[in-house]
Structures are given as C-alpha cells and as structure tokens.
Design a protein around this ligand. Sequence first.
Ligand code: NAD
Ligand code: UDP
Length: 342
Amino acid sequence: MKKGTVLVSGGAGYIGTHTAVELVAAGYGVVIVDNLANSEACAVEGVRRITGIEVPFEQVDACDGQALRGVFEKYGFVSAIHFAAFKAVGESVADPLKYYRNNLTSFMNLCALMHEFGRSDVVFSSSATVYGQAGVLPVTERSPRLPATSPYGNTKQMAEDILRDCCAAYACMRGIALRYFNPIGAHPSTLIGELPRGVPQNLVPYITQTAAGIRPCLSIFGNDYPTPDGTCLRDYIDVVDLARAHVAAVDRMTQGRMEASYEVFNIGTGRPVSVLELVEGFERANGVEVPRKFAPRRAGDVPAVWADTRLAARALGWQAVRPLEETLRTAWAWEKRIRGIK
Ligand code: NAD
Ligand code: UDP
C-alpha cells in the first residue's frame, strides 16, 4: 500500500540515498532535495536503479528559503528527513561560520516551512558526538550532552534544541532526532555508497582506499587509550540498518505512536569495536591486506563510545541486524566498483 510522501533533504548523500531506497521499499513516496555540495547526481540515479522508480530530484540549496518554498508548493509531503549538512569536523573548526550558516540555516528554513505549510513530521540527523566522552557506557538517550568540541558538533546540539523548541511551540509539529553512531558500509547492490571527497577523514573509507592502493598506509590514531587493545572503541552501524531506522521513525510519527512531540533515539548496534578489530575484521572478511601503522592520537577523539539501543528497540521496533563482517564486505565491494577493481 502506498504511504505518504517524504521530503529527503540531503537525499543525494551517503545516508540519504540509502534511506530513500528503504523508504520506497516500505511503500513511501520520496522527493530528494540536494544542492550536490557533497554528492553527485549519479547517486540519485543509483536510487532510481535500485528502486525502479523515477524518484523526483530537486537540485535546491536548503539555505535558499525561496527555492525550498518552491519544493513545498510543488509536493504534498507531510514528513521530512533533514540530512542536508556539512560534516567535516576539522573543517568546521577552521571555518565555523560555514558550518553554522549551512547546517543551521538549512534546518531553520525547513522547520519554518513545515510550520507554515502545516506539515507535521521532522526527522533530524543527529550524532553520537553530542555525548562527547560519556562517564558511563553505553550511553542512553538520558546521558548528558557534553559541551561540543567542534562547531560541527555544536550544530547538532543546536539543531536538536531548535527542533525540540519548535515541537513544543507549534501544535502541528512533531520531531525525532536520531543520534547516529558510526555509519559504515554500502548498499549490497553497489549502486550507492559513500563518496568522500579528497582524503577521507573517516576510518572505513580510509581502510578501503588503502586496500585499493590509493593510500599507502592507514594511520591508526592512538594505541595507548584505556581500552582493551589501546585503540578507540566505537559502535559501527551498517548504513542500510541505519536507513531502516529512519523508516521506523517516520512510521512512528505517521501512525501516531509518539509519546511526546519531540523524541530522541540512539541508532547504533550496542557493540563496541576497536579500531584494530575493525581493520583486522576488514582483512578477514575480504581477504585483502591493509598496510597500517600506529600514529599519535587525533585531537578531539574520545576513547570510547557506544550505544544503549534498548529505547530504539522498544519504541521504534528497530534494531541493527547486519553482521559486521557483511557490512565490511559491502564497503570493499563498493570501493572496488567505483575504482573499477575486479
Ligand atoms: P553527505 O555529505 O554524504 O550527505 C549530505 C548531503 O547534504 C550531501 O549530498 C550534500 O550535497 C547535501 N547538502 C549539504 N548542504 C546542503 C544544503 N544547504 N542544501 C541542500 N543539500 C545540502 O553526508 P552523510 O554522511 O550522508 O550525512 C548525512 C547527515 O547525517 C548529516 O547531517 C551528517 O551530519 C549526519 N551524520 C553523519 C554521520 C556520518 O558519519 N556519516 C554521523 C552522524 C551524523
Ligand atoms: N581513525 C583512525 N585512522 C583514520 C581515521 C580514523 O585510526 O584514518 C580512528 C579514529 O581515531 C577513531 C575511529 O577511527 O578512533 C573512528 O573515526 P571516524 O573518524 O571514522 O569516526 P568518529 O568516531 O571520529 O566520528
């Protein structure tokens, strides 16, 4: 049965494309809005090929309120998922205004138009970065948010607060913030995946590019952390599982199952994995070697963070299901496809 239509802002990006695919699979219509600041139009083609549907795409900057208004006038969606943002932590430290302007203006434009047009449901892409180094692990949604260590992290905290306040003030509005842990992997079709520009900042794209011979050696940042093998612990979540969490959030809103007008959920696996375990797991899963060396700690990294996933399981009826080994296979399959490696 056809459900409503969902506006997916930033829908040509890594997580947005996977979410668009899962929304269509679940029976939703999708409209993708993206200015292609960090993506390519071919990503939308990938979504169309996987779904077999000519998913509408509007090349619009969400910071341009008039242009975004045009999208609201053209399509009758009731739900929106806001992925559109810049996400490079280091760049946000070097150029904070670029981040505050893009990440917050785009989101405030979206919220204002949702309110004005009487559209109710907003899902926001937040991040485990809001927890900083939590005193108690795993983190629950009630764990305190610690002061952000970068302007990027600060935009996530501020946007959560904007959504919370809008939902409290505007009777028609409901919001869910999903705090992602570490999204990795690609769609099993290899038609969509992560397309980092320049030198990858994140671990898995760096691993796949090293395995592909594009980078000579992976630097493991820090091996003297207070963790079992000395490297940092993270909660790596498969991007298709993550995409399905968005479907669960939209279902919860459209089916009137929310317990408050604004809710927050951790989206992770609940399993801590060290950097070394991840690299070795990648080698085992794919039968390839990843040259590596230990390097000094990276500024701003927290030693360990992983999710308590019980609330998402209970309220969203969602949990991560894909084994890490399979996820690491999709990451390598995607890298090979885009590099033309057999
Ligand atoms: P991405 O860069 O692949 O996707 C973001 C998309 O938004 C891009 O296609 C980009 O072109 C678009 N965009 C940026 N500014 C825009 C604007 N003003 N108007 C229209 N489109 C715009 O990143 P992603 O990894 O898919 O991340 C999606 C969201 O999830 C972001 O908000 C990010 O901060 C958040 N998030 C990502 C991670 C991660 O590790 N990937 C972790 C936690 C949270
Ligand atoms: N990391 C690393 N080498 C790299 C990139 C990342 O050792 O080239 C480590 C990083 O220090 C952190 C983990 O991998 O402990 C995950 O980093 P990522 O940037 O992917 O995500 P984060 O948890 O920082 O958001």
